[in-house]
Every structure is written in structure tokens, then in C-alpha cells.
Design a binder for this molecule. Structure first.
Ligand SMILES: [Zn+2]
Length: 150
């Protein structure tokens, strides 16, 4: 269960009047599912990206502020490791089995590297942002009061 404050709702009547935060219930979404699809990690409906890798300022469906989303170099690292392993393994298998000339490797694996890397970058960025939202991960901060000596 995820309870989150949504857009302010105007009170029709009440002792205080004015605005208050409306509590809205959102069904808990799978971080893997929403992240890989590039959807909002809270509601699962709004789009996360504006363009290829640019994160929108907020969810168009539930209004979640995406300012917390900072995946940094995380997606690129995973893309490098996964694609590097896959492409190198495939190139080695082709070389050992068929011994083709160099240009065959370049023609096959050059474009394959681009397709695999660009294809994995957006889903992995979405996944990392969804996991960041789910676990409340954020940048580390120093304690201004110093270490706890109790
Ligand atoms: Zn949303």
C-alpha cells in the first residue's frame, strides 16, 4: 500500500476552510514493470520520459514530482557490463568457430553494439529510477550536528 499526498483539494466546508493535502491511495506498482516500461513508479500510468532519456518534471497522471530521480551513471554502467559481456562472447564464438575476416566482425558487431546499448539504456534508466523511488534512495548527506556520541 502506498499512501501519498496528491494535489491539494479545496475543502467545501469545514472549520478551517482553505486548502489541505488530499490523501490519495495508489496501488503499489512493481518497480521492474513500471521501470522497464518507462512509466511513473507511483501510479504506473504516466510516462516517465520526455524524449529518449530526458526525465519529465512530473507525472502527467498523478502529479508525482520526478525531481528525486537521479540515476547518474548507473544505467550506463549496467549497459556497458551487460552489452560488453554479450557482444564479446558472441564475437569470440564467431571468431573461434568460423574465423571470418575482420570486416565481417565490424559489419556484424558494430551495429549490434549500437542496437543493444541504445535499446537497453532507456529501460535500465527507468528501472533504476523506479527502484530509487521504491526504496527512497537519495544522495548521501553529512550530519550537520556531528557524530552521535551518546
Ligand atoms: Zn504517476
Amino acid at each position: 500500500m502506498v499512501w501519498a499526498s496528491g494535489r491539494p483539494a479545496r475543502l467545501a466546508s469545514g472549520a478551517h476552510g482553505g486548502y489541505r493535502e488530499a490523501m490519495t491511495y495508489y496501488q503499489e506498482q512493481s518497480a521492474v514493470s513500471t521501470g522497464l516500461r518507462g512509466c511513473c513508479p507511483r501510479c504506473g500510468e504516466g510516462r516517465l520520459f520526455d524524449g529518449f532519456l530526458t526525465v519529465k518534471p512530473a507525472c502527467s497522471a498523478c502529479g508525482l514530482d520526478y525531481s528525486f530521480a537521479d540515476s547518474g551513471d548507473g544505467p550506463a554502467v549496467f549497459v556497458i557490463l551487460i552489452a560488453g559481456f554479450l557482444i564479446c562472447a558472441m564475437a569470440l564464438v564467431v571468431e573461434v568457430k568460423y574465423q571470418p575476416p575482420f570486416w565481417v566482425h565490424a559489419v556484424i558487431f558494430g551495429p549490434l553494439v549500437l542496437v543493444v546499448c541504445l535499446g537497453m539504456l532507456r529501460p535500465l534508466k527507468g528501472l533504476m529510477i523506479a527502484l530509487q523511488y521504491k526504496h527512497g534512495a537519495r544522495e548521501g548527506q553529512l550530519d550537520q550536528n556531528g557524530p552521535d556520541r551518546s
